[in-house]
Design a binder for this molecule. Structure first.
Ligand SMILES: Cc1ncc(COP(=O)(O)O)c(C=O)c1O
Length: 376
């Protein structure tokens, strides 16, 4: 550990901007309720800090993928909040939802029947969400299964349907015809089920317009600063900065290669910084020879990542700094890999992936620093 308590890479997570993003989305969808998807450790940003921040910002409906995520979230947010488990309970585990005060999303007839059996055993109705498949062919009841539930009077007995939901496949592409097809299919399917609040939109769906909002929206990505609509300016605040320290700098002579596979060869004497972050931290290996980093005091100068990215380090060409007359950064200097001048979505794009994957891949080795400028 160095003097500031971190080595390698660190993630700076601004909780105030997550709260601002929540407020912005809430205002946009009002009078619909704005929930929050906090699955996968709040997209890698930290379930505890993000969950508590969203609760303080007024969020009362949370979505996780797994029961275990819901159980971890339960003590972090108030009892007046609902936690929906998107995958529903795995076979034989429905009881755990009651133990942890979680609401299952029932995606199949089997899940419906298990929840019903539990309600029967408890001798009281049990609340749950029903998910219908409106055209993504992922989770949810098919049209035939909805028909079955609609026509068999006992099929939902004992289940208090608190939400009917579905998920959009192409919402980040507003012109895609599937958006309206899914909207129409959802309206039709939910009419066949018991009257209950409805939810269709996640981040991108919110920006399709009020028709898609229904009673509750379920953003994740937009809360964390990911652009909701492909090719459009991003209205959300960035929430994350990824930094790494220089371990050493070296002069690479002309003709020498850098890193594994000798993928980069210096054409002229080249000043190089080795940063202590690599694919072992979840930083994409595909950014070798493609990505760039920023020396924060010189934010307009992009410094190319050269050679292959190693497990624990990567090499950066400092020539553009030298050309600008800047003194070479000393060992310990801090560079931005994601930040104000290296936006998350742009870095993901360069790595041939999406910001969701980049965020959720960011590994356990980082020093994660959550801060809240509102709280001093
Ligand atoms: C069912 C469901 N709802 C909400 C979300 C949140 O989506 P987003 O992060 O795009 O807002 C997801 C994420 O994949 C999801 O699967």
């Amino acid at each position: 550990m160095d003097r500031d308590g971190w080595e390698g890479g660190r993630l700076l997570i601004n909780l105030a901007t997550i709260a601002e993003n929540y407020a912005q989305l809430s205002a946009r969808v009002s009078p619909a309720e704005c929930g929050a998807a906090v699955k996968a450790n709040a997209y890698g940003l930290g379930l505890k800090e993000v969950g508590q921040t969203l609760y303080e910002a007024g969020c009362r409906t949370f979505f996780v993928a797994h029961l275990a995520e819901g159980a971890a979230l339960r003590p972090l947010v108030g009892e007046d909040s609902r936690i929906f488990v998107l995958h529903g309970p795995p076979p034989g585990t429905a009881n755990a939802c009651l133990t942890h005060n979680l609401l299952p999303v029932l995606n199949s007839l089997q899940q419906v029947q298990e929840w019903q059996a539990l309600a029967h055993a408890q001798g009281r109705p049990l609340a749950a969400a029903l998910q219908v498949d409106s055209g993504m062919s992922r989770f949810g009841l098919t049209e035939a299964e909805v028909d079955y539930l609609a026509t068999q009077p006992q099929a939902l007995a004992g289940i208090e349907v608190t939400l009917v939901m579905s998920h959009l496949a192409c919402a980040d592409t507003p012109d895609h015809p599937l958006n309206r097809q899914q909207l129409n299919a959802f309206i039709k399917l939910k009419q066949r089920l018991p009257a209950a609040p409805a939810s269709l939109a996640a981040s991108s769906g919110i920006f399709l317009g009020p028709e898609w909002h229904f009673d509750l929206v379920r953003p994740g990505a937009a809360l964390y600063g990911i652009a909701p609509t492909a090719g459009q300016p991003n209205p959300m605040h960035a929430t994350l900065r990824l930094q790494a320290r220089v371990i050493q700098t070296r002069q690479v002579p002309a003709g020498a290669s850098v890193g594994y596979g000798a993928a980069f060869t210096a054409r002229q004497p080249t000043p190089v910084a080795l940063l202590g972050i690599g694919y072992g931290d979840g930083f994409p290996r595909r950014l070798g020879q493609k990505g760039f980093v920023i020396y924060p005091d010189w934010p307009d100068i992009k410094l190319p990542i050269i050679g292959r990215i190693s497990m624990d380090s990567l090499a950066v060409d400092l020539s553009p700094l030298v050309a600008a007359g800047v003194a070479l950064p000393p060992a310990g200097a801090v560079f931005d890999l994601i930040g104000p001048h290296a936006p998350l979505d742009d870095v993901a794009h360069l790595a041939d992936t999406i910001a969701y994957e980049l965020l959720t891949d960011l590994g356990a080795r980082y020093h994660r620093l959550h801060y809240d400028p509102r709280k001093g």
